[in-house]
Design a protein around this ligand. Structure first.
Ligand code: SF4
Length: 535
């Protein structure tokens, strides 16, 4: 141990950067030096087998956890995530909460990737790390190291909670985070396992942490009085919203709820611990994103009714308000008056912002079906929606509506599904994940990245009704630029033959086939010697 200061404060006083919360002013943990021999050995990561990891986890007493994840987050056509490491979802949720520390336990390469990505997305928070090696993993010393790290970090002046996350290898090895103290110095300790071999998407990992925190908060409420969150005292029934949204969306929803005598409540995942209590206190929960299975379990255990879908477009907004109003006993006359007023505004916004063109859409955020509804109501010819998330009853209304409007909906869509839809429907615009966007660009088809360009816009009510038209129409109109580029770069070849050559390279497919056979043989031999561990 060392007496050196464990944290520093970033000086942002002279910064001209625009900020919307206080994350830029938090202390940055500098941690303790790690002896080089305490770094995980290779052979344990994404490049190894998910089945082996799962078998190891079961042998280490994690069967119950894996069975719960299998029920909450059923696997799709492939058994491991096709997007980023799922733990990024829960990491991001923790990093966005005030007075919450985050500690990861996993292979160094995983932690490097996760902390890099979180800072790339502007986390401005310290990511704690407890490294391990084979010895500390198998002897149980890793658990003691985690416990020590948690005890060192549990400073009630700085934190309400510490989130400890087991990544793939510690989960497979059964590092028992459930044995950590529930509270140290008044700081809550929340331990979760987020393995890539049990959690299919980073979206669902958000639910794992949100569900764990709601569970903790529910037990606190059951045990006695809890503090009230700021701004929680209006006395009117509140609607808790489930799912990360564009910051303006809860405000727009609040305006629509106001004439019904309701307030918009907390959005889960929350931004601070006390908001968990107000979330659980909501009169009704709107499962805006339908994959929050564990969180919904907590709300239902707290006796809160849950409604699916979201107030998007005309039909979506009217039926969502009806469902919410009915749950809290709003008079039908009041509901009808409110809906009539909103219908006029939404119809006008949709009419003023038409979208023209054929579109395929895919993503892994969980809001894909909602965006597709909005596009259809805006006039787009949407043929296919693929979501990496699983089918739950909270998106049934959206699926029914889309299918009734001729849209093909695929849950747990793989990249192969998305690309096949792109080929089959030949859209004017492909909205999708990075590899889908890349494939569309190669085919000279305009494309938009769902996460950054579509889901980062208002979607709800009258504000959402016109929000997508500009970006979508502009992209579609770019087709002529793609055609020009295609013509310009025509005949420069593709793949291994891309470029300007005096003699176009021969691809020598026979050599490659030979090397592939050799590698397959070598892999087979190695598999017989030693079964690797990884996701
Ligand atoms: S091995 Fe597991 S924890 Fe590490 S990057 Fe892959 S999925 Fe994430």
């Amino acid at each position: 141990m060392t007496d050196a200061p464990r944290h520093t404060l970033l000086d942002t006083t002279d910064s001209t950067e625009a900020v919307y919360d206080e994350t830029a002013s938090v202390a940055v943990e500098t941690g303790l030096a790690v002896p080089s021999e305490t770094v995980a050995e290779d052979g344990m990561g994404c490049h190894a087998g998910a089945d082996t990891m799962r078998a190891a986890a079961k042998a280490a007493g994690q069967s119950e956890l894996l069975d719960r994840y299998a029920a909450d987050y059923p696997q799709g056509p492939h058994d491991q995530p096709q997007s980023m490491c799922p733990a990024f979802g829960s990491l991001r949720v923790g990093l966005r909460m005030k007075r919450t520390a985050t500690i990861l336990s996993g292979s160094a390469c995983c932690v490097y990737g996760l902390s890099f990505t979180s800072h790339f997305y502007g986390a401005k928070r310290s990511v704690g790390y407890v490294p391990f090696n084979s010895e500390t993993l198998v002897t149980g010393k890793l658990f003691e190291d985690i416990k020590e790290a948690v005890e060192l970090s549990a400073n009630p002046d700085k934190y309400d909670a510490i989130v400890v996350t087991n990544l793939c290898v510690p989960t497979a090895s059964g590092v028992p985070l459930r044995l950590l103290p529930k509270v140290i110095n008044g700081v809550r300790i929340v331990g979760i396992d987020v393995p890539g071999f049990g959690v299919p998407t980073h979206a669902e990992a958000k639910d794992i942490l949100a569900g764990a925190m709601l569970n903790y908060a529910r037990e606190e409420i059951a045990a006695g009085p809890v503090p009230r969150a700021a701004g929680a005292a209006s006395g009117r029934p509140k609607v808790t919203l489930l799912g990360e949204m564009f910051p303006a969306d809860p405000v727009v929803i609040g305006r629509m709820l106001d004439p019904l005598g309701l307030d918009v409540g907390t959005t889960v995942p929350t931004r601070e611990w006390r908001e968990l209590y107000t979330a659980l206190d909501g009169a009704v929960v709107g499962a805006i994103h339908p994959f929050y299975t564990a969180s919904i379990r907590e709300f239902e255990a707290a006796g809160r009714p849950v409604v699916g879908s979201a107030p998007v477009g005309l039909d979506g907004t009217l039926s969502w308000l009806q469902s919410v109003g009915a749950q809290v006993g709003v008079a039908q006359k009041t509901l009808d008056q409110t809906k009539n007023g909103l219908a006029k505004a939404i119809k006008a916004a949709l009419k003023a912002n038409p979208v023209k063109g054929r579109i395929t859409l895919s993503g892994y955020e969980g809001s894909e079906l909602l965006v597709a509804r909005l596009l259809v109501e805006s006039g787009a010819d949407v043929r296919y929606v693929g979501t990496a998330c699983a089918r739950t009853r909270w998106s049934e209304a959206d699926r029914d509506w889309l299918e009734a409007h001729g849209v093909h909906v695929t849950y747990r869509a793989s990249l192969e599904d998305d690309l096949a839809a792109f080929k089959a429907f030949e859209p004017d615009l492909a909205i999708g994940t990075t590899p889908v966007v890349q494939a569309a660009k190669e085919a000279a088809t305009p494309s938009l990245y769902f996460t950054n360009l579509i889901s980062a816009r208002p979607l709800m009510g009258p504000a959402g009704a016109g929000a997508l038209a500009q970006v979508v129409n502009t992209a579609i109109q770019n087709k002529t630029r793609f055609d020009k580029m295609n013509a310009f770069f025509d005949e420069v070849g593709t793949g291994d033959r891309a470029g300007i050559w005096e003699h176009t390279p021969e691809t020598h497919d026979d050599f490659r086939a030979k090397q592939r056979r050799k590698l397959a043989l070598q892999a087979k031999r190695e598999a017989n010697i030693e079964e690797p561990i990884g996701c």
